[in-house]
Write a protein that binds this ligand. Sequence first.
Ligand code: HGY
Ligand code: MN
Ligand code: MN
Length: 412
Amino acid sequence: MGDHSKRAERIMQRIDELASISEDEGRITRTYGTRPFIQGRNKVEQWMKEAGLDTRIDNIGNVRGRLDSNNAKAQTFVIASHIDTVVNAGRFDGPMGVLIGLDLAAQLGMSGATLPYNIEVIGFCDEEGCRFHTTYLGSKALIGKLESSLLDAKDATGMELSHVITQMGGDINKLNEDLIEAADWEGYFEIHIEQGPVLFERDIPVGVVSAIAGQYRAGLIFNGEAGHAGTVPMDMRKDALAGAAEFVMAVENFASKNGNGLVATVGKLHIINSASNVIPGEVICSLDVRHANEMILSQCYDSLQKLAKDICEKRGLTLDWNLVQHTKPVTCDEKLTRNLKNAISDSGYEVVELVSGAGHDAVPISSVSPVVMLFVRCYKGISHNPLENVEMKDLIATLKVSDNFIKTLIAK
Ligand code: HGY
Ligand code: MN
Ligand code: MN
């Protein structure tokens, strides 16, 4: 398996090249279906072709590269992550895992090793869900579990998902022609930055993911009564923003008090028809709640919904509450995780296990395939932020560990 430093340098160059493609001047944003997204995805396809992979863009918009086993009945082992980003993103969240996967497949192709199964590298098209607030579009489509109702989802401009799929050259009636059937999965391996501080604090380059936290995402609308800021007495107001603000603080207070790994966030808040001299009549906000234990997660989600209702009742507001997504916690596969741990110790690194607070495409895939994830240290655990950074030495460590893991895999 080629020189790790040279391979890491080429991966880093490609990460930087992708990062230079963005919807926004001076920051990294490549959301599903936009021109820069397509440009970046086509760049990844070109690199896959150069590596000798059999490539295609599927109907939902994933970019896929395959090394076929000469055993026609072979199952498929997928190495993947996502190529879409959040707004004002870091360079590594998603693309790093795809480009390392591509490197591993290229090395396998060059080695001429006999492949007991097909190897497929995938750049998923929409893990973040920034444009349509529907995460995992690409990975759900790959396993045939994309809810058809999502096709009507609208972005901020009112454009429907189905239209964007067609615009990108996909056929919404052929989405199920692209899936990897449940019986055909050998396994799924995702390499991703930790997006948390543990590896950085403990000065360890990589970690094994034991589980991925479950999450609820909801869209809330606080409905009050718009009014004149100068004439409506304070005790006669139905101020939607004051109600939403009280809820935002209640969310932080509830999650902080509950501790035990619960996190809850209001990441988006939008005042409809806002003006400095108008009492806000309508406020839209998001809610993101996560925990590694499904029972605790559901109980906390219900408690937060009750909190919102009580605040609205007290203030004479009405509340629209729309559950956008609920994914249960996922446990990574025992055998693959054991092999990964051995690959880490064989590479001379300390083995540490982590629960992922962040969601990953491994979540939907886990419903049809054993999944295993390798975390890579990132600077202070910062992510979803342009300060996101991975050092070359940790990329090299990741390649060493992944080579050892792949060796075990194909030695079947
Ligand atoms: O939000 C998440 O957990 C991931 O970054 N999509
Ligand atoms: Mn990610
Ligand atoms: Mn992310």
